[in-house]
Design a protein around this ligand. Structure first.
Ligand code: FAQ
Length: 315
């Protein structure tokens, strides 16, 4: 078959709702898009441990500490599944991490904001994991079977993460005035960055057209963002929080909450590496990656010595 015929057949499989297995033929551009997105997603899970790790030693109770620790460990697990899925495109984790360190690979903009108070642990679980669930429930239907399988498992854990975050915030809203103010301040700082997690508007999104044709994404950035807004506004009102947007209004005709335009200059500035914590996040990762070299060396030493032995036998 010519390349053109192969591509046609591939698209027919996608249109028929078939899943693509790692050993199946796939167009180069499909592979590249998936590799870019899955590796970015893996990096996000790993870098995303840092803002919460900042509060582990300052959790207000043993219960809170245990829950936060379990959540952060879950995020590490998500990163590992996703690195494994991305490796099926022939690029190993060492190379992916080098791409992260050099700035060639992105990670979610949200993790470049600081965690200033304990309420931020609530806001991250409620809003960041909440946004991740909306996005990842859609990605669980992705045409590439390994990504879709990883998402099904990950979404189950994200459900627990979202609830533990909402519990923290709801508890603070039932507390003292100082605690209620802290919860509101946290929502004020995390609301807009959470909306940015869904990426640029559909009209500005460079990858959406192809990704939707290939059913990597089955719903658009704006559709998912609106779903998140509609859910989250109700949750905020339920516990007495105010959404920090003076233009927020419910449209009875569309049955959606309308919000102000996002500050896209800030979004692109963060994506390009100039957010409040971009430098700190990557420096921290590089530092501990270098410190862990001896562990990786030990873990691979046996395999290397065996390879050496085998090559000397064949000589
Ligand atoms: N941040 O054409 P599109 C989590 C880039 S996991 C940074 O619309 P696409 C769990 C995009 O890469 C959170 N960059 O792109 C957790 C592209 O640049 P490029 C992570 C962004 O891929 C919780 C350019 O803009 N989730 O939270 C962002 O079709 C708590 C044009 O954009 C995922 O990664 C952004 N927000 O759609 C962990 C989900 N948005 O590559 C720890 C998987 C866009 O051409 C603690 N990813 N860009 O240079 C996706 O669903 C998609 O990649 C989108 C973007 C929706 C993020």
């Amino acid at each position: 078959m010519t390349e053109e015929e192969k591509e046609k057949q591939f698209q027919q499989r996608i249109d028929a709702g078939e899943k693509i297995e790692p050993r199946d033929w796939m167009p180069e551009a499909y592979k590249q898009t998936l590799f870019r997105q899955i590796s970015q997603h893996a990096h996000s899970e790993i870098i995303g441990m840092q803002p919460e790790g900042n509060w582990l030693l300052r959790a207000p109770s043993l219960r809170a500490k245990k829950i936060l620790l379990a959540k952060i460990q879950d995020e590490a697990g998500h990163g590992l599944y996703l690195y494994s899925a991305a490796e099926t495109f022939g690029i190993d984790r060492t190379e992916m991490i080098a791409m992260l360190h050099s700035g060639k690979a992105k990670y979610s903009s949200i993790f470049n904001y600081p965690t200033l108070t304990w309420a931020d642990m609530g806001a991250i679980g409620w809003l960041v994991d909440g946004a991740a669930i909306v996005n990842q429930t859609m990605l669980a239907k992705c045409s590439y079977v390994l990504y879709s399988r990883a998402m099904i498992r990950i979404c189950k854990e994200e459900g627990f993460h979202q609830r533990q975050g909402y519990e923290i915030i709801a508890k603070m809203m039932n507390g003292t005035t100082a605690q209620r103010n802290m919860a509101q301040d946290s929502l004020n700082r995390w609301w807009e960055p959470s909306l940015m997690m869904f990426g640029p508007h559909d009209s500005e999104s460079t990858h959406s057209k192809d990704s939707m044709k290939w059913k990597i994404k089955v719903e658009s950035n704006d559709t998912l963002r609106q779903r998140f807004i509609d859910r989250t506004v109700e949750q905020a009102h339920h516990i007495g929080l105010t959404i920090p947007d003076k233009n927020l209004k419910y449209n009875k005709t569309t049955m959606h909450w309308e919000t102000s335009e996002i500050n896209w200059d800030e979004f692109w500035s963060v994506v390009k590496g100039n957010g409040p914590c971009n430098y700190q996040r990557i420096s921290h990762h590089i530092h501990y990656h270098n410190e862990g070299k001896w562990v990786r060396d030990c873990a691979t030493a046996f395999e290397k010595s065996r390879e050496k032995e085998n090559s000397s036998i064949s000589i």
